[in-house]
Design a protein around this ligand. Sequence first.
Ligand code: NAD
Length: 391
Amino acid sequence: MSFFPKPVEPHVACQTLCSASLDWASSLPDEVSKRQSVSRARTPVRRSFDMSLVASFPATIRTPALASRRANPIASRASLRATRPVARRSARVATAMAAAVPIMVNDLTGKMGRAVADAVVARGADVCYLVPVAFSGEAKDPVTIGDVAVEIKSIRDGDPGAVLDDLKAKHPGLIVVDYTLPAAVNANADLYVKHAAPFVMGTTGGDRVKLLEDVSASGVPAVIAPQMGKQVVAFQAAMKLMATNFPGAFRGYTLTVTESHQSSKVDTSGTAKAIVESFNELGCGFDIKDAVLVRDVPTQIAPVPNGMGVPEEHILGHAFHTYRLTSPDGTVSFEFQHNVCGRSIYAEGTVDACLFLSSKVGEGCASEDCEAGKTLFDMIDVLREGGMVTN
Ligand code: NAD
């Protein structure tokens, strides 16, 4: 059973020249690999479009939870049985009641949280609605988004668990979204797990191995992805597939990589690293240290080809990437580009992830995932379901 109110057209399109992306996801390649190993093992491809290539992602890294489950399947099945009913019980309530999915956004006073809250409201009250309470690092004045006045409570003071329980009772089928701080990732996930609140974790950083292990073992449904831009994830997956299927296809070609982000970002884009990994499998032999990081505003604003052509209003929030391949004799060139301004791609992906997750919980869940006991998902899973919704 799906909570999508109307059929969603699957149109996974990875274009050679793609104008969408960004990078918040330094750990994405690892995380996708790890999660793929779980997905591939348990989830058959089941859409009408051909995602078999995505399904053939290499599975090289396994989470400790999965590894230990494999090593001792009986003991780990028992531990899952012990924990999963909590999630399933709360989920049953959700399925029975929820036509529109209630979404709690922590912290909607932050930049991403606000973008997600706006996207929830924009998606329409028949699809989902904003829960009028949010957690932040500290209590703050209420914030009105659309016609919802949201109370901002401290996650550190009082009894946040009781608040969550109360919200779950008042808003059956509650899905929690987390865009907070890397330092809060593990503690916040523990809270959601402890109170069997299905959640979408967009926050990056923290102890990712522990996060995946804890959440997977808990049986509480969750989507965890450091890159919520579905089209970017699809593009990365497509590059990975090309590398897997045609290794060495670009041997001898020279690769140049240029990426531009807000000047506060000091490290190389995680998305660029992942894409370069694929190019290297295609034979390019590129050292990621040679990527050109554009962080000075004049170059960012200057029009192509001298600058990056970033619109001035997005200087503080953009992610532009250009990968150029040139043949040894210079007669052939390829250019791959994905440029993102603002946060809407992540916010939209997050709402889609919430709707996806909602369809995975509850008694009515008839998908293979539910049957197989799969409860931990990533954006590849969302893509596989064809949840490519944009407003
Ligand atoms: P921000 O600083 O604007 O917002 C963070 C908010 O979290 C602040 O309002 C802060 O008060 C609040 N906060 C602090 N501790 C908290 C706690 N323990 N519980 C609840 N709230 C707490 O940051 P941002 O730009 O919104 O980014 C948030 C996170 O999202 C970062 O980790 C960023 O890398 C990540 N991000 C992920 C994606 C993605 O696609 N997955 C996209 C963009 C950003």
